[in-house]
Design a protein around this ligand. Structure first.
Ligand code: FMN
Length: 363
């Protein structure tokens, strides 16, 4: 029986993948006090396969990077030490593990910030308080001279990720967080060299790409983008131009992959009909393209078969099906995800207790 397209091997630079089903980065809010916990080793190793790529949940680069409860960081020695056994557990199963490095920017409030200070961003326009039920605080606009130190935080976080044993990092430039805030013209209202034209708005993101690639090698660096999304009120008036601009611009640094969220995912978890596609970015970018956003087995296979993407990342389906590659291979039924347990702090429930096929528990 011929393998389905999602289960064919792929060379991701020096990483020999045995299949094309990627674990999308998923915040699970179970890293107490911003320190990853032993239960994360169970969770990630459950989803690891020999030659499969996993992307860790968004992981803060500094003490101003957080905006959600119990999310992990990678700026302290304690956090690096805590990641190590988790990374080891994935490597023991032959998995390839990238760390998604993250700064929320204005998607935060005083309670998550050191000394209760204001969150930082390219702007002083806040996210509408009450959006998604959170009392977002008004941000403080970064001065021009404060921006290079943030770039450096990403560089240091990438170094720390290497020290923890990760195979590479994914720079989180998607979903309305700080990098996306700089890129999107509906958020960035700066008048210095980091605002205005598309070149200026992409300067901070590209400085991060360059710094991280210099630090750990471009062959270990990916970047996630969502030009079409308006998640956390970060939208752009010309998302296709923005996406293609970034795809061309990162070519200069020879990074390993771009991981792009489909235009149909304007909000996380919702699907829209749209005439847009990732093809213009696919054509512009020289490296590996990972597509994400509302994929199932059939359209994942189609994306690979038609060379629309090299790899496909699965979020909610992989969250609920630790053995997703095996289930896709067998075309087996899938467990349904339970949204109400996505972000609860429980170390087991909704986290490591989704059954494997062999458990033979009705879904
Ligand atoms: C519980 C949950 C947590 C998420 N956390 C992150 C995250 O940390 N970083 C990120 O880039 N995207 C995050 N996302 C978005 C997913 O990576 C993915 O793009 C989205 O769920 C759409 O893919 P899907 O339809 O396969 O679930 C999250 C989504 C969910 C449902």
């Amino acid at each position: 029986m011929a393998a389905i397209p999602l289960l064919t091997p792929y060379n991701l630079g020096k990483f020999n993948l045995s299949h094309r089903i990627v674990l999308a980065p998923l915040t699970r809010s179970r890293s107490y006090g911003n320190v990853p916990q032993p239960h994360a080793a169970v969770y990630y190793s459950q989803r690891a396969t020999d030659g499969g790529l996993l992307i860790a949940e968004a992981t803060g680069v500094s003490n101003t990077a957080q905006g959600y409860p119990e999310t992990p960081g990678i700026w302290t020695k304690e956090q690096v030490e805590a990641w190590r056994p988790i990374v080891d557990s994935v490597h023991k199963k032959g998995g390839i593990f990238f760390c998604q490095i993250w700064h929320v920017g204005r998607v935060s409030n005083y309670g998550f910030q050191p000394n209760g200070q204001a969150p930082i961003s390219c702007t002083d326009k806040g996210v509408t308080p009450g959006l998604d039920g959170v009392d977002w605080s008004p941000p403080r606009r970064l001065r021009t001279d404060e921006i290079p130190p943030i770039v450096n935080d990403f560089r240091l976080a990438a170094r720390n990720a290497m020290d923890a044993g990760f195979d590479g990092v994914e720079i989180h430039g998607a979903n309305g967080y700080i990098i996306d805030q700089f890129m999107k013209d509906q958020v960035n209202d700066r008048t210095d060299k980091y605002g205005g034209s598309i070149e200026n708005r992409c300067r901070f993101p590209l400085e991060i790409v360059e710094a991280v690639a210099d630090e750990i090698g471009a062959d270990r660096v990916g970047m996630r983008l969502s030009p079409f999304a308006d998640y956390m009120e970060a939208s752009d008036s010309n998302p296709e131009a923005l996406g293609v601009y970034m795809a061309n611009a990162v070519n200069k640094f020879n990074i390993l992959y771009l991981h792009v969220i489909e235009p149909r995912m304007v909000k996380i978890g919702e699907r829209y009909e749209t005439p847009h596609s990732l093809l213009p970015m696919r054509k512009a970018f020289k490296g590996t393209l990972i597509a994400a956003g509302g994929y199932n087995r059939a359209d994942g296979n189609k994306a690979v078969a038609e060379n629309y993407a090299d790899l496909v990342a699965f979020g909610r389906l992989f969250l609920a099906n630790p053995d997703l590659p095996r289930r896709f291979e067998l075309d087996a039924p899938l467990n349904r995800y339970n949204r109400s347990t996505f972000y609860i702090p429980d170390p087991v429930v909704g986290y490591t207790d989704y059954p494997f096929l062999e458990d033979n528990v009705p879904a």
